[in-house]
Ligand binder design. Structure first.
Ligand SMILES: *Cc1c(COP(=O)(O)O)cnc(C)c1O
Length: 395
């Protein structure tokens, strides 16, 4: 069979299962209100939880960063691409989440995907001696990082602390790495981090925490999941992403300085890629200031008010709002085609609420992934709630 025919057949198979994904064109800064393909939309499907991507101070800082450092970095960090802006950001971030680590240093990455590949390959010293214990609902980048590390990977059931305890007890690996999302990106629930950390300390295992959805949103000062649970340990390896609540792009790893030095020396996803534009790092300094300050506190408080309002006012009969206390509020519908029909019907009414299907979520649990952001008003939330009520009635 012709090679292109094969691809066409494969794509037709996806179409048949309502699994084809389409991209839309956003014509304005992202935020609660966007213009998409010429239409004004209310967006409930972004991870810009604090609505900082369109914040005037962050946008101005990005422009200033371009004036100071130009458009691009020109090379990888270890060649000539490491800018003063990158260094300043790393220092700022190490200080920001440092209270929860020992001898903390931070390392800035182009994306969270790459940071996760780097951490899991970088920490897997002596491939044969390493075992990775990976939570079953982990983000794809952690799954790929575990694969790329060429170690033994044990998948642990969702939030199953008892199974993890058994697996750690049975393990003879000298180097053990437990890895988990903090906030599960498609469910919105929190990993039992205090129990996981206690097990890691008992067994001398690393605990890698991917706080993509917690950084900026969790904790009194927005320092994320470690602040939320008040955890502190030299075994913690923290990954925060900076394209979600921080509103810009990239990610960072914060950990003991020996971990960071190991990543700089050994992690291929760090070494063999051009450094992100320094202007992004410059803009992120402004984001972190906002996150840490009074404005960040107010924005987090408003997101909490929106979450409480949704839970109090969304009354579902067949569909199910998942138990989540975070800005990720999924509504499970089940069937792929029905989920996409509902998402399309909402879209037609001006509400952009993404439908999430396998393989992103398990088969039979397709869902609307409604995300709340600081820029949404309670009135806007009421409007989407009313629309969902009517659609469930008709569906
Ligand atoms: C978004 C996300 C990532 C990837 O981060 P990017 O900066 O978007 O590459 C990693 N882990 C989780 C849990 C995420 O949600």
């Amino acid at each position: 069979m012709d090679l292109l025919n094969k691809l066409q057949l494969q794509l037709a198979g996806l179409e048949e299962k309502s699994l084809i994904r389409k991209r839309r064109h956003v014509e304005t800064p992202t935020g609660p209100r966007v213009k998409v393909d010429g239409r004004d939309m209310l967006c409930f499907s972004s991870n810009d939880y604090l609505s900082l991507a369109g914040h005037p101070k962050v946008m101005a800082a990005l422009q200033e960063g371009v004036s100071l450092y130009g458009a691009g970095s020109g090379a990888s960090h270890l060649i000539s691409g490491h800018s003063r802006a990158h260094a300043q950001l790393e220092e700022r971030l190490a200080g920001f989440v440092g209270p929860y680590l020992e001898s903390p240093k931070a390392l800035y990455f182009c994306t969270g995907y790459m940071a996760n590949l780097a951490v899991l390959t970088g920490l897997a010293v002596g491939d044969k001696d390493t075992e990775i214990f990976s939570e079953s609902l982990n983000h794809a980048s952690l799954i790929d990082g575990a694969r790329l590390s060429r170690t033994t990977v044990k998948v642990v059931g969702h939030a199953d602390v008892a199974s993890l305890a058994t697996l750690l007890e049975q393990s003879t690996a000298a180097n053990k790495i437990v890895v988990t999302d903090s906030v599960f990106s498609m469910d919105g629930d929190l990993a039992p981090l205090p129990a996981l950390l206690a097990l890691c300390e008992k067994h001398g295992a690393w605990l890698v925490v991917d706080d993509a959805h917690g950084f900026g949103t969790l904790g009194e000062n927005g320092r994320g999941a470690l602040e939320h649970f008040n955890l502190r340990s030299p075994y913690l390896v923290y990954v925060g992403t900076l394209g979600k609540a921080a509103g810009v792009g990239g990610a960072f790893v914060a950990a003991h300085e020996l971990v960071i030095e190991t990543l700089i020396q050994r992690a291929r996803p760090y070494i063999f890629t051009t450094a992100a534009p320094p202007a992004l790092a410059h803009a992120l300094l402004a984001s972190v200031d906002i996150i840490e300050g009074e404005e960040g506190r107010q924005r987090r408080a408003h997101v909490q008010a929106l979450i409480a309002h949704l839970k109090a006012n969304l009354k579902l009969k067949r569909w199910q709002l998942m138990p989540s206390d975070t800005a990720v509020q999924p509504i499970v519908i089940g069937d792929n085609a029905e989920t996409m029909r509902v998402s399309a019907a909402l879209y037609a009414q001006g509400f952009w609420v993404g439908g999430i299907r396998p393989p992103t979520v398990p088969v039979g649990t397709s869902r609307l992934r409604l995300t709340l952001a600081a820029g949404h008003t309670l009135e806007e939330l009421d409007r989407v709630i009313a629309a969902i009520h009517v659609l469930e009635e008709q569906s």
